[in-house]
Design a protein around this ligand. Structure first.
Ligand code: APR
Length: 235
């Protein structure tokens, strides 16, 4: 194993599956029997805000019932051992990386525990329901808050920072993502062009598995701590 200096780790729903957070496209996934267009688009929110708010209010409430697993904790341990060398880019809107102890986390698809005001544009920490027309903590407008989640058709957050980090990395690791959704599914190609070593850790081959130098298939809660410990032992 080479001695990586700059690591970018992309995570998806699979890293939180063992914590009890449903994935999107697996059996019992969030999109099972539900149309993305009905809950995860700006058009859906315009059409039926109450339905969309309820969908995210239920997910936000469920977040309080789950805890980080060994994969989240292992990545935080790696970050602590290599300050400034490990960036976690997550597609997940849960806060399990942070609760696992991670510091440098980019939520490219937003966060369940934040609300976005359509009146003043501010994003605020939010733990309760958004259904029922709450007041914006910044501008005091009523009923203009939506989940601070990047919906289909919207631009992911911090893309310039993510692309710059991948262009400079020497190791790119993708954990628990199916490779269905761009731009995240294209990050491995960016990393390859940067000459980075690329590794996929996933329960099964993702759609982009053949683009990786190395693949390890199995549960993140088992494989990620093994990968981290081997990396730290090699330092
Ligand atoms: N360990 C490792 N991988 C797992 C585990 C596990 N315990 N359980 C499931 N997986 C894998 C599945 O095999 C699948 O390939 O995690 C992947 C989850 O894929 P998706 O459900 O498609 O989730 P994700 O790739 O994160 O979705 C991307 O799509 O719906 C949008 O915005 C949403 O961020 C999301 C994006």
């Amino acid at each position: 194993m080479h001695n990586p200096q700059r690591i970018v780790i992309l995570t998806g729903a699979g890293i939180s599956a063992e914590s009890g957070v449903p994935t999107f496209r697996g059996p019992d996934g969030l999109w099972e029997g539900r149309r993305v267009e009905d809950v995860a688009t700006p058009q859906a929110f315009a059409r039926s805000p109450a339905d969309v708010q309820r969908f995210y209010d239920l997910r936000r409430a469920a977040l309080a019932t789950v805890a980080p697993n060994a994969a989240h904790v292992a990545l935080a341990k790696l970050q602590a051992a290599r300050p400034g060398a490990v960036l976690i880019v997550t597609q997940n809107v849960d806060d399990l990386h942070e609760r696992g102890g991670a510091s440098d986390v980019v939520h490219m698809h937003g966060e369940l525990l934040r609300a976005l005001c359509l009146a003043c544009g501010s994003s605020s920490a939010w733990h309760g329901d958004l259904g029922g027309a709450p007041v914006c903590p910044s501008c005091a407008e009523t009923g203009r808050l939506r989940p601070d989640i990047v919906w289909f058709g919207e631009m992911p957050y911090q893309m310039a920072r993510i692309e710059a980090a991948i262009a400079r990395c020497d190791t790119f690791v993708s954990i628990g993502t199916s490779g269905n959704v761009y731009p995240a599914a294209g990050f491995v190609d960016l990393a390859r062009r940067a000459g980075a070593h690329t590794l996929e850790i996933n329960l099964e081959p993702s759609l982009g598995a053949s683009n990786f130098d190395e693949v390890r298939h199995g549960r993140a809660g088992t494989l990620v701590p093994v990968w981290v410990d081997a990396l730290l032992a090699a330092l």
